[in-house]
Design a protein around this ligand. Structure first.
Ligand SMILES: [Zn+2]
Length: 222
């Protein structure tokens, strides 16, 4: 791991601090089964800067993306009035876990659920406090089920349809089966609209695969 150090003025509170900039990070060996990279977790958070004064986190804390906060308040007032972020600062004494959990909160506010999920998993990897570790695991699973799972199901239906149109009916069938299995994991309160969309897609696509149809079709026909 190569690091460089620079002085950065925090975009939230205006205080200056010395921060590391990650130049390169080489990981040796195979990951754990949960994809945690091999070796110590001590370097995992090095790419993220944290202001020692207000705990603002970002890859460059000199920048502040106001998108998350739909308000015209000054950055510090926004930061201090955000209860979720202040909760994290209060309850997570471990630096790396805190950095990732704060980053997850910022990505969540920016509606980037892929990155929210990735940051929650990293917070879980870094945390050594059992209560927090459990919470981050649960948060990661929930963000997947409530925000990413529907996209994942759509992707497999799409893969099934693309395969069918190129006459690969075996793959089409396989992808559709994966979509159906994922569908079983949707939260009970998933919207009726998407539930109907998925069920119709499964039935229609099944029919098309069985009849070896390679044309493009719309769900309006179903
Ligand atoms: Zn600051």
């Amino acid at each position: 791991m190569k690091l460089d150090f620079v002085n950065v003025k925090c975009a939230i509170c205006g205080e200056e601090s010395e921060q590391a900039v990650l130049l390169s990070n080489t990981v040796l060996g195979k990951p754990d089964l949960d994809m945690k990279p091999n070796g110590s977790m001590s370097s995992l958070g090095e790419g993220i800067q944290e202001c020692p004064f207000c705990h603002y986190c970002n890859y460059n804390i000199g920048e502040f993306n106001q998108e998350r906060f739909k308000t015209t308040l000054e950055p510090l007032a926004i930061w201090n009035s955000d209860e979720d972020i202040q909760d994290i600062i209060e309850n997570e004494p471990e630096e790396d876990a805190r950095k990732f959990r704060i980053m997850a909160e910022i990505y969540y506010g920016n509606l980037d659920y892929n990155m929210t999920y990735a940051m929650l998993v990293k917070a879980y990897w870094c945390s050594n406090i059992e209560k927090n570790k459990n919470q981050y695991r649960e948060d990661a699973l929930n963000i997947f089920r409530y925000t990413l799972l529907e996209d994942e199901i759509k992707r497999y239906i799409q893969l099934s349809d693309i395969s069918r149109q190129k006459q690969d009916f075996k793959s089409a069938k396989n992808y559709l089966e994966i979509a159906k299995k994922l569908y079983d994991d949707l939260p009970i309160d998933a919207s009726a609209e998407s539930t109907k969309l998925f069920e119709d897609s499964f039935d229609f696509e099944d029919e098309l695969i069985s009849s070896k149809d390679t044309n493009r079709h719309s769900l309006d026909e179903y």
